[in-house]
Design a protein around this ligand. Structure first.
Ligand SMILES: Cc1cc2nc3c(=O)[nH]c(=O)nc-3n(C[C@H](O)[C@H](O)[C@H](O)COP(=O)(O)OP(=O)(O)OC[C@H]3O[C@@H](n4cnc5c(N)ncnc54)[C@H](O)[C@@H]3O)c2cc1C
Length: 303
C-alpha cells in the first residue's frame, strides 16, 4: 500500500469497504486512458461511506466517479482518494404515485427499464445515457428534450464531514449540464417523479431513443460523450465542423467523423492527446467563429 492508503486504513479500523492503493482506472473509464488513483475507496453501504468521510483528514482531497462516461482522467492519475459507488448503491425502487427511488450507482438505462416495467413514464431519455445516476445528478444529464433536473424531487448524500444531507431540487442549483450543489457532497440516492403511462407506450419511446442514438453517435467507441457544452445560441458540433475539425487527429485521439462533438480514442491515445485535441478544437473554433467552447467533459487528476 502507498503511504496514503496505509495511513487511512490504520486510522479507520472499522472500515468495511475496499480501500486500495495505486489502482488503475483506465479500464473502467469510457476513454480507456489515464493514470492511477492514489487510493481507491469502494464503500459497502452508506454507513461505511459516512464513517470514511468522517475520519478522512481535511487536507486529503477526494473525487467521486461513476461509470466514467463523462470524465477524462489525466495521465499522472488522481492524487488523494477516488471514491466509486458501485453495486451496493445500485438499488432501484419504483414507488406509489409514479415515483422512482434510485441509488447513485444504478445505471441510467436500468432506471429507464425498471420505470417502464412499473408503468412509469418520463424516464425514457435515460435509456441512451451510458452513465449512472450519481453522474446524472451531478451533470444534469439530459437527452431527447428531458433533463434529470425535471425529474428530481430530492437528492440524498453525504458531505465532506460524513454528515447526511438532503437537497431539494432547488438546492441542487440546476442549469444546463450543471449542478451547483454544495462542493464535496457525494450523492448516494435520489427520489424522482414520473407519470403513469402504458408500458407499451414507454417501450416505443425507449426503442426510438436507442435507435436514434445508434444512428447518430459513436456509441461503441472509446469516448467521453459530448465534449463541449452547446454555447447559448449555438450547437457545439456545428461550430467544430465549421472550424474544419471533423476527423482531426492528435496522436491516438480523433474528432469523431460521425458526431463532431465527440472525441475518440482510436487506439493508443493518452489523456494528454485527448486534452490537446480538445484544446486545438477550442482554438480553431475561437478563430473561425469567435465562440469560446466550454468543456462539458470533466478533466480530473494531474498530467
Ligand atoms: C456514448 C456517450 C453518449 C452520451 N450521451 C449523453 C447524453 O445524451 N446526454 C448527457 O447528458 N450525457 C451524455 N453522455 C455523458 C455521460 O454519460 C453523462 O454525463 C453521465 O451522466 C455521466 O455519468 P457517469 O456515471 O458516467 O459519471 P462520471 O463520468 O463518472 O462522472 C461525471 C461527473 O459526475 C460526478 N459524479 C459522479 N457520480 C457522483 C456522485 N455519486 N456524487 C457526486 N458527483 C458524482 C463526477 O465527480 C464527475 O464530475 C454520453 C457519454 C457517452 C460516452
Amino acid at each position: 500500500m502507498t503511504e496514503l492508503a496505509a495511513s487511512l486504513s490504520a486510522a479507520m479500523p472499522k472500515l468495511r469497504g475496499k480501500l486500495a492503493a495505486e489502482q488503475s482506472l483506465a479500464e473502467s473509464l469510457w476513454f480507456r486512458v489515464g493514470g492511477k488513483a492514489e487510493a481507491l475507496f469502494q464503500p459497502v453501504d452508506e454507513d461505511d461511506l459516512a464513517y470514511f468521510l468522517s475520519r478522512l483528514p481535511s487536507e486529503v482531497p477526494y473525487v467521486v466517479i461513476g461509470l466514467g462516461s463523462n470524465v477524462l482522467v489525466r495521465d499522472g492519475g488522481i492524487p488523494g482518494v477516488t471514491i466509486r459507488l458501485g453495486k451496493p448503491f445500485a438499488t432501484i425502487a419504483p414507488g406509489r404515485d409514479a415515483t422512482i427511488w434510485a441509488g447513485a450507482g444504478a445505471a441510467d438505462k436500468r432506471v429507464a427499464l425498471e420505470a417502464m416495467e412499473a408503468g412509469i413514464g418520463g424516464f425514457a431519455f435515460f435509456a441512451g445515457i451510458p452513465g449512472a445516476i450519481g453522474g446524472a445528478l451531478a451533470m444534469n444529464a439530459g437527452a431527447n428534450g428531458t433533463e434529470t433536473s425535471q425529474r428530481v424531487v430530492e437528492v440524498f448524500g453525504f458531505d465532506r464531514s460524513g454528515d447526511a444531507v438532503t437537497l431539494s431540487n432547488a438546492e441542487m442549483g440546476y442549469s444546463y449540464r450543471h449542478s451547483a450543489a454544495p462542493t464535496g457532497v457525494i450523492f448516494t440516492s435520489v427520489l424522482m417523479q414520473g407519470e403513469r403511462r402504458e408500458r407499451e407506450t414507454i417501450k416505443a419511446e425507449i426503442d426510438a431513443v436507442v435507435a436514434h442514438r445508434e444512428a447518430t453517435q459513436p456509441t461503441k467507441s472509446r469516448t467521453g460523450g459530448s465534449t463541449f457544452k452547446n454555447p447559448p445560441g449555438h450547437t457545439a458540433w456545428k461550430l467544430v465542423d465549421e472550424a474544419g475539425c471533423r476527423g482531426l487527429q492528435i496522436g491516438g485521439a480523433q474528432v469523431s467523423v460521425l458526431h463532431t462533438n465527440f472525441l475518440l480514442n482510436v487506439g493508443g491515445a493518452t489523456a494528454a492527446d485527448i486534452e490537446a485535441l480538445g484544446e486545438e478544437v477550442r482554438r480553431r473554433v475561437r478563430e473561425t467563429s469567435g465562440v469560446e467552447l466550454e468543456w462539458e467533459i470533466k478533466r480530473i487528476g494531474v498530467d
